[in-house]
Design a protein around this ligand. Structure first.
Ligand code: AKB
Length: 313
């Protein structure tokens, strides 16, 4: 039988694409999107839901007969720094409500997105291992590390089947990310195609782990479909696709758009980026549940340019 799915934070960068993928996989009526805003396009059942309204959340889950929750609602790294207490409240208390509800209502499976933002200044910078020091400097990163530990606790203590990956920066053409440090890697495509020029808010040699959206969606669906006993890690799995610097992605785009120019004007996001890893070792995900990425910088750039050009035409 198909699961009945609730996606929180469904209008965000990942949610927009994930909801379509889940509707294709499980049927339109089996996937309810929710957010504090209306979706740009109504493609199936949607409800207004503020993740801090625990009672509403509970009512929706019961009334709709929800069996799985993809809990995406969160404030990202850069925006989080403008209002740390609100970010903690949304990111951490929102997750706790989901975990409590999952325990009480016997929700079959939960997906919790973690992030490379859990890494910090004492984390090994290259090929960051699955088990490493996690000492993030942003409130977003702090809320995600703590969230990972609580997910593990609910799994071990109450059997709540919560699954998680640490997303790198995600690049996609269907939605514009808001409030993240890796957002430049999406903006750069739009500005290259619209204006032939981009002013980058990170320094040219800042290397960060990234992933193309189709890979991120495949990873998410795959870990949620994996047999329970295959998953040895119940905090969150490292996940890798590619790693590049602003200069490298600029050079790759320039192969397609020879007149494209870039300038660099680092802002407060530079310090956040500098505290994160440059590349990730995701061997555990590969061996436990068969994860494998498909897109590298070259293949992703080619597709992004093709898709975004189509949108502007
Ligand atoms: C951000 O930049 O905050 C996010 C992330 C890496 O989790 N894209």
């Amino acid at each position: 039988m198909n699961p009945k799915i609730l996606v929180t934070g469904a209008n965000g960068q990942i949610g927009t694409t994930l909801v379509s993928a889940l509707r294709e996989e499980y049927g339109i009526d089996n996937v309810v999107s929710s957010d504090i805003t209306e979706p740009k396009e109504i493609t199936g059942p949607h409800c207004f839901l503020d993740i801090l309204n625990e009672q509403r959340l509970r009512e929706h889950v019961k009334d709709l007969g929800i069996t799985q929750i993809y809990h995406l609602a969160a404030i990202l790294s850069a925006n989080g720094e403008w209002n740390p207490l609100k970010t903690w409240n949304v990111n951490f208390n929102g997750l706790l409500s989901i975990l409590e509800l999952a325990k009480e209502e016997k929700i079959e499976r939960i997906f919790f997105p973690s992030t490379i933002a859990v890494h910090g200044l004492n984390t090994p910078k290259t090929q960051t291992p699955q088990h490493a020091a996690l000492d993030p400097t942003t409130v977003y990163g702090m809320s995600k590390v703590t969230g990972e530990l609580w997910c593990n606790y609910y799994f071990k203590r109450y059997g709540v089947d919560v699954r998680s990956v640490r997303y790198p920066g995600i690049i996609g053409y269907r939605s514009i990310p808001h409030g993240g440090t890796t957002d430049y890697a999406v903006e750069i495509f739009h500005e290259a195609i619209k204006n032939n020029n981009y002013e980058c808010f990170l320094e040219k040699d800042t290397r960060l782990p990234m992933m193309y959206m189709p890979d991120a969606i495949r990873a998410t669906v795959k870990i949620m479909q994996a047999p329970k006993n295959d998953l040895q890690i119940r905090t969150s799995y490292n996940l890798a696709g590619m790693s590049f610097t602003p200069k490298e992605i600029f050079e790759e785009i320039k192969k397609h758009l020879p007149n494209f120019t870039i300038s660099y004007k680092p802002d407060f996001r530079q310090e956040i980026a500098a505290s994160w890893s440059e590349s990730i070792d995701d061997q555990a995900a590969r061996s436990d549940w068969g994860w494998a990425h498909e897109y590298d910088l070259e293949k992703m750039t080619q597709d992004m340019i093709f898709q975004i050009k189509k949108q502007y035409e």
